[in-house]
Design a protein around this ligand. Structure first.
Ligand code: NAD
Length: 340
């Protein structure tokens, strides 16, 4: 019998526990030999352990080096720093892999199959920011610094080109704003072009300025294959890509680094629908399929994706965000019965 693999499970906040439960049912249905260690983070961590990133959670990931994570709520403006960002930093999860694939034909865009590789540790998300008070206004001026390094640029571009080779992709597009942020994103572009030379003849490479890229993704997304970009641009473009294939409910992600890998949905905790039993669990289920790929269980990952395609397109069972009427539980039940 195959050895069982320990995985840290963080159900998360808002709709997190609902979509995590659905995902566990599908993983069990497909017979994935995984043993989950349940932990908290985000608001749930703060409530249970008095810490949005409890020590026990970190220790578990240090041991398993693998986590499946629901969305974590982060206060806007003030409050604690994003536990997602801290997790990425703690485990050096430098690559954020966000595929977007059309699952339901007949939408605004057909046959989308894009992969976005986002640099996950540098850029404007390093959190070097502060206010300068003037007179009686404590927030008179806001300052933020971005940090990109040559080593970080090389690492993420190599990840993107390597991914393209391993997955039979043809082209990598480097996305930047080197016309204005000449140093910060110019360095990213420079390293991207250096890396591209090593893959000449195998992987085509071009580049786009972020604003033009956003427009072209809406006008003609099929011209793109793999996109690699810096942290902030990647965060924004991956939501755009999710929009091309029907919204956040279907967008999975993997945060991959040398020390660990954490798989999570792109969407947040969706407080507006939390507890109502209507959340679409697909994004986390698809993230779990990426985790199975990462573990070398491509056959099981394929079974999960095939079951999803069948339920959506043949059985036509869908959650409300996809125009259907199924609850989270009904939808999950349909996938589990197909995956078996
Ligand atoms: P959100 O993704 O939670 O919600 C945006 C909209 O999409 C909402 O209308 C929501 O109902 C809908 N939606 C999201 N996921 C859905 C699903 N699975 N099924 C059906 N509808 C879905 O974004 P937000 O409202 O900007 O953020 C809420 C919280 O989540 C914030 O605290 C934010 O910091 C956090 N967040 C966490 C992560 C993460 O943990 N990776 C990512 C993004 C946002």
């Amino acid at each position: 019998m195959a050895a069982r693999i320990p995985v840290t499970l963080i159900p998360g906040d808002g709709i997190g526990p609902e979509v995590a439960e659905a995902t566990l049912e599908v993983l069990e249905g497909v017979g994935a030999p995984l043993d989950f260690e349940w932990h908290t983070a985000g608001v749930a961590g703060l409530k249970k352990e008095g810490d949005p990133l409890p020590k026990a959670t970190l220790e578990s990931i240090r041991k398993t080096r693998l986590a499946l994570k629901g969305p974590l709520a982060t206060p806007v403006g003030g409050g604690f720093r994003s536990s997602n960002v801290r997790l990425r930093e703690e485990f050096h999860l430098y690559a954020n892999l966000r595929p977007a694939r059309t699952l339901i034909p007949g939408g605004r865009y057909e046959k989308i199959d894009l992969v976005l590789v986002r640099e996950n540790l540098e850029g404007l998300y390093v959190g070097f920011e502060h206010y300068i008070p003037i007179g009686d206004d404590p927030h008179a001026v806001a300052l933020a610094s971005g940090v990109n390094t040559r080593a970080g640029g090389r690492r993420i571009n190599e990840f993107a080109f390597d991914y393209a080779v391993k997955h039979g992709r043809k082209k990598v597009t480097l996305v930047h704003k080197a016309n204005v942020l000449k140093a910060l994103t110019g360095l990213f572009l420079e390293t991207g072009r250096e890396v591209a030379k090593k893959y000449e003849g195998r992987i085509e490479c071009d580049d786009r300025i972020i604003d033009a890229c956003a427009m072209q993704l809406v006008m003609n997304p099929w011209q793109f294959d793999v996109i690699v970009t810096t942290n902030l641009f990647g965060d924004i473009l991956s939501d755009l890509n999710a929009g091309l294939v029907g919204g956040l409910g279907m967008a999975p992600a993997g945060n991959i680094g040398a020390d660990a890998a954490i798989f999570e949905a792109v969407h947040g905790s969706a407080p507006d629908i939390a507890g109502k039993g209507v959340a679409n669990p697909l994004a986390l289920i698809l993230s779990a399929a990426m985790m199975l790929d990462h573990l070398g269980m491509q056959d099981k990952a394929k079974r999960v994706r095939d079951a999803i395609d069948h339920v959506l397109c043949v059985d036509k069972i869908r959650t409300g965000d996809l125009g259907g009427k199924a609850s989270t539980k009904e939808f999950t039940k349909a996938i589990v019965s197909r995956v078996k």
